[in-house]
Design a protein around this ligand. Structure first.
Ligand code: SAM
Length: 232
């Protein structure tokens, strides 16, 4: 059977999985990530969790097609309910969803994270929600990465156990990404800053309700933070 080819985005997620890890890939869709990890010999055992029947069936088919049913267990379950204690999962991957959904999956299933030492997330938007969840729940960012593929910018956040207090800037921009200031990071936040300014302009004329005042303050604060980091 042919070796699976991953997108650059999922390939980078896979690169953060340690050799010999026991992985649960949540929201696995076609189970591409677990199939790749087992094919590469990086992991021997993985769980693919999927909440929607269609993608769950695709995952089951794909795992069978690659002859990996003895290494990869596919479970129809919401979030971390796909993990069973006896699996011994030490690494969770959650990729290709919004940051708020990823944070809510982690929050709802945090009782299943007992043996987990590393959580690798790839939020499509709103990475801040994951950083906030991490800070509140005794996890820290051990690595962050930003990449662009097919015109879209993606962030990858790696969490490990540890207590670090991040300030507002670090929560918004990423403690590691904002230090590195890669060209893709600068592109992302230059665009986001322009969008924030557009939104601010669009509500400038609105009647000043308490809600509008709060929204304006929040936008101005974010624009200031991004401006300071980017030195705009
Ligand atoms: N992880 C793959 C990737 O990054 O390419 C697939 C991403 S796909 C866009 C998101 C998948 O997450 C969908 O198949 C969706 O059904 C699944 N999903 C959404 N919420 C979920 C949940 N609470 N538990 C498990 N899977 C979920």
């Amino acid at each position: 059977m042919l070796n699976i080819q991953l997108s650059e985005r999922l390939h980078k997620v896979a690169s953060f999985v340690r050799e010999g890890a026991i992985v649960a890939d949540i929201g696995s869709d076609h189970a591409y990530l677990p199939v790749y990890l087992v094919q590469q010999g990086k992991v021997e055992k993985a769980i693919a969790g999927e909440v929607v029947v269609g993608p769950f069936e695709s995952a089951v088919k794909n795992v069978k097609r690659h002859g990996l049913t003895s290494s990869i267990t596919v479970r129809l379950a919401s979030g971390l309910a796909a993990i069973e204690e006896s699996d011994g999962v030490d690494t969770v991957t959650i990729a290709g969803m919004g940051g708020s959904l990823i944070a809510s999956i982690l929050e709802e299933g945090k009782h299943s994270l007992g043996k987990v030492r590393r959580i690798i997330t790839q939020p499509n938007i709103h990475a801040q929600a994951i950083r906030e969840w991490a800070t509140i729940n005794g996890w820290m960012l051990s690595n962050e990465h930003i990449l662009k593929e097919d015109g879209k910018i993606y962030e990858i956040l790696v969490l490990e156990r540890g207590q670090v207090v991040y300030d507002e800037r670090a929560l918004l921009l990423g403690p590691i990404l904002m230090k590195e200031k890669s060209p893709i990071f600068l592109e992302k936040w230059t665009n986001e800053c322009a969008q924030l300014k557009d939104v601010l302009r669009s509500i400038e004329e609105a009647i000043e309700t308490a809600e509008i005042i709060k929204k304006k303050e929040q936008l101005m604060r974010r624009i200031r933070i991004v401006g300071e980091v980017l030195k705009l």
